[in-house]
Design a protein around this ligand. Structure first.
Ligand SMILES: [Zn+2]
Length: 76
């Protein structure tokens, strides 16, 4: 079994959609419980790590986006 690496600032796509229709959540806090905020409506929720890990479809790390921007992107 692969244990997903979750870090603050990551965007998680969950298998279960939030009632607002969005399935993207940003990680606010990581511990034994993980706090995430919905990208669609801005509500935050706290889930036990174990439960959240099972619900994750995809994790996007902020540095992945930064790497993609290196092609023609500019640094401040
Ligand atoms: Zn929502």
């Amino acid at each position: 079994m692969i244990i997903p690496k979750i870090a603050v600032g990551d965007t998680l796509s969950l298998k279960k959609k939030h009632p607002c229709g969005s399935s993207d959540f940003e990680v606010l806090r990581v511990g034994s419980d993980i706090r995430i905020v919905c990208r669609g409506c801005g509500r935050d929720l706290t889930l036990p790590r174990e439960k959240l890990e099972k619900a994750i479809r995809r994790i996007r790390h902020p540095q992945d986006a930064a790497d993609a921007q290196e092609n023609g992107g500019q640094t401040p």
